[in-house]
Design a protein around this ligand. Structure first.
Ligand code: HEC
Ligand code: HEC
Ligand code: HEC
Ligand code: HEC
Ligand code: HEC
Ligand code: HEC
Length: 449
């Protein structure tokens, strides 16, 4: 066969063109990226707080005293049990403050007009007397309360601000994708062109490009081979049986079920960040069959005073405004008027969506597992303290229960109830330790009514 001299030269040109294009597109990419490189925007200089009427007190010490003694009832910028204290320094005389904080009751009884009015305006809730605080301490607190309100916290570094992604972190993926598809399209066009050129060159040089030989279609070849057909049918049957079985076993198994609740209540924030013990809310788990969902009164033990979350609680997914609004839903449900700090009497029950739900023919008891067996909540419910939204961690199938009963040893030490039974059973099985299964944890009647 005659060698085609100019074949390789054409390919060379093609490669050259390709290389050129790639370099071009790469440089244009890098050029696009340079100006978009994150420009260090000078953070708005924290407004240098001019020390206000500090009355000679130390606001730093004052903050400490405030947080330990007064924060239970007072906030600086919002009403709590007591009035907001920001700027209170200019409302009264120094001597009045000393008397008020040392014992507000005495001051009210003495008929002081300002004190009597305050008491009446605040639903006659008495303020705790603080006779132990020195006058300097009180000066410090007033100094702290006189500081100007800090400007809205600067956005957390790295937190997403909607609408700013484009232009802040290099070229967006869409642009890169677009450029790549353009390159691909050009390549295809070029290939077609090259093919045409090659055919023309071949024709010009009098070379015959052999036409494709007609071959038997692959499916016909396949159909003729009976062994192959048999093997593949068996394979297909087995595979579908596998999937159908898998599908059937899924029915009624709601692992990872995670419904939207009427109030976005986050276990991550309560049980995680704030370390609230599970038993504080699910107190029934230790003593009864059901763990129970806490009544809203339990929530109000804390939320009378927690009307909003701190800035650091917000995540890129959920903003502070979102969380605060969820607390407002709680207030609406229990009928709490946060401005006047009292119950309105208008309530609407919160309908939590039940997540875990065993079949009615199964008997499961929490206290037996939590209290007697000493199994941690997390063994069955997963790392609840990290869940932003509660979900079903375990499959709750019969094999799940049984497998655990087979491998979990029963805690015998320090439990008189077991001493005798342990002696007998360990003799029977010839072992020192007993699993829940050996104790009868596999008997149908223990779990089925
Ligand atoms: C048990 C809740 C409680 C605690 C704790 C508490 N206060 Fe009060 N405070 C109140 C209430 C309620 C009022 C409104 C007057 C009233 O009803 O007695 C008030 C009123 C005041 C006022 C008058 C505000 C105004 O607008 O004139 C000042 C000042 C004050 N408190 C300072 C303090 C300081 C300082 C502390 C901490 C050392 C403190 N309070 C701790 C409940 C409390
Ligand atoms: C401050 C109260 C509180 C604390 C503390 C708390 N929970 Fe909850 N828990 C709730 C509320 C309210 C619900 C119902 C709303 C929901 O499902 O998110 C709930 C739901 C649940 C559910 C799902 C119930 C269902 O419907 O099947 C489980 C499981 C659970 N909690 C486990 C835990 C565990 C484990 C801990 C400790 C790590 C814990 N909880 C701590 C209040 C609390
Ligand atoms: C032991 C105190 C305590 C109890 C009880 C409690 N909370 Fe909270 N709650 C907090 C604290 C602390 C925060 C977070 C404050 C922060 O991060 O700044 C919070 C935040 C919240 C938030 C906003 C964040 C989120 O989870 O979405 C909601 C809503 C909320 N609580 C609802 C409830 C409900 C409903 C109950 C009752 C089932 C309840 N809380 C019981 C202390 C409590
Ligand atoms: C041995 C596994 C296991 C352990 C340990 C366990 N649970 Fe459960 N939990 C379950 C099962 C199973 C259900 C479903 C019960 C049903 O539907 O009757 C459930 C349901 C719940 C519910 C839904 C309401 C209810 O009472 O049915 C809550 C809330 C709950 N568990 C909290 C807890 C807490 C808190 C702990 C730790 C103190 C805990 N669980 C420990 C298996 C467990
Ligand atoms: C994490 C392991 C674990 C899982 C999961 C578990 N169990 Fe258990 N269970 C135990 C242990 C350990 C005991 C033994 C408690 C004891 O008596 O000391 C026990 C005891 C029992 C008993 C009492 C048995 C007897 O001999 O009296 C019943 C009933 C029971 N479990 C039902 C269930 C059911 C129903 C499920 C599934 C929904 C389940 N368990 C899931 C660990 C588990
Ligand atoms: C440790 C507890 C436990 C024991 C012991 C137990 N089961 Fe179950 N069984 C369950 C649970 C939990 C379910 C519910 C499974 C589900 O809903 O997927 C169940 C479901 C069933 C079902 C319904 C079919 C299904 O998969 O939903 C049958 C039938 C059954 N069990 C028979 C038995 C028999 C027979 C025995 C005695 C050899 C027995 N079980 C012992 C916990 C148990």
């Amino acid at each position: 066969m005659k060698k085609m001299g100019n074949h390789s030269s054409i390919t060379k040109k093609l490669y050259l063109g390709l290389a050129l294009m790639l370099t071009l597109s790469l440089t244009s990419y890098s050029q696009g990226a340079t100006p978009a490189a994150p420009v260090a925007v000078a953070a708005p200089a924290a407004t240098t707080a001019t020390p206000a009427i500090t009355q000679g007190g130390d606001p730093v010490k004052g903050k400490e005293i405030f947080n330990t003694n007064c924060a239970a009832c007072h906030k600086l910028d919002a009403k709590a049990t007591g009035p907001a204290l920001r700027g209170v320094g200019s409302k009264h005389e120094k001597a009045w403050f000393y008397k008020w904080v040392h014992n507000s009751g005495d001051l009210i009884k003495s008929g002081d007009a300002a004190a009597v009015k305050l008491f009446a305006d605040n639903n006659q809730i008495p303020m705790t007397p603080f006779p132990a605080l020195s006058e300097a301490d009180i000066d410090n607190v007033i100094a702290y309360a006189s500081e100007p309100k800090p400007a809205a916290a600067a956005p957390v570094v790295g937190a997403k601000v909607p609408g700013t992604e484009a232009g802040s972190g290099g070229i967006s993926n869409d642009v890169i994708l677009g450029a790549l598809s353009l390159v691909m399209a050009i390549l295809i066009v070029m290939l077609v062109l090259v093919n045409n050129v090659l055919r023309k060159v071949a024709a010009a040089n009098g070379i015959n490009v052999a036409p494709k030989e007609p071959t038997i279609p692959i499916w016909k070849a396949f159909a003729k081979n009976q062994f192959l057909v048999l093997v593949s049918s068996i394979f297909l049957l087995l595979a579908s049986a596998f999937f159908v079985y898998g599908y059937l076993m899924q029915i009624g198994v709601d692992q990872n079920y995670s419904p939207v609740q009427p109030i976005h209540y986050s276990h991550r924030i309560h049980a995680g960040s704030n370390g609230i013990n599970c038993n504080y809310c699910h107190s029934a788990a230790r003593v009864s069959k059901n763990a129970g969902i806490p009544s809203l009164n339990v929530c109000m033990n804390c939320h009378k005073n927690i009307a909003e979350v701190s800035d650091t609680t917000a995540t890129s997914e959920y903003s502070k405004a979102f969380y605060d609004n969820e607390i407002n839903k709680l207030y609406k449900a229990v009928g709490w008027d946060k401005v006047n700090q009292k119950y309105t009497g208008i309530t609407q029950p919160v309908k939590w969506v039940r997540i875990h739900n065993l079949q009615s023919f199964v008997y499961f008891n929490h206290s037996q597992h939590v209290n007697v067996a000493g199994v941690a909540c997390q063994t069955c419910h997963g790392p609840v303290q990290t869940y932003e939204v509660q979900k079903q961690f375990a499959p709750l199938t019969m094999s799940w229960c049984i497998n655990c009963h087979r491998k979990t040893e029963v805690k015998m030490e320090g439990n008189d109830y077991y001493t005798k039974i342990h002696e007998q059973l360990s003799k029977k099985y010839g072992v020192d330790k007993l699993t829940a299964a050996q104790m009868g944890g596999l008997e149908c009647g223990k779990c089925h009514y």
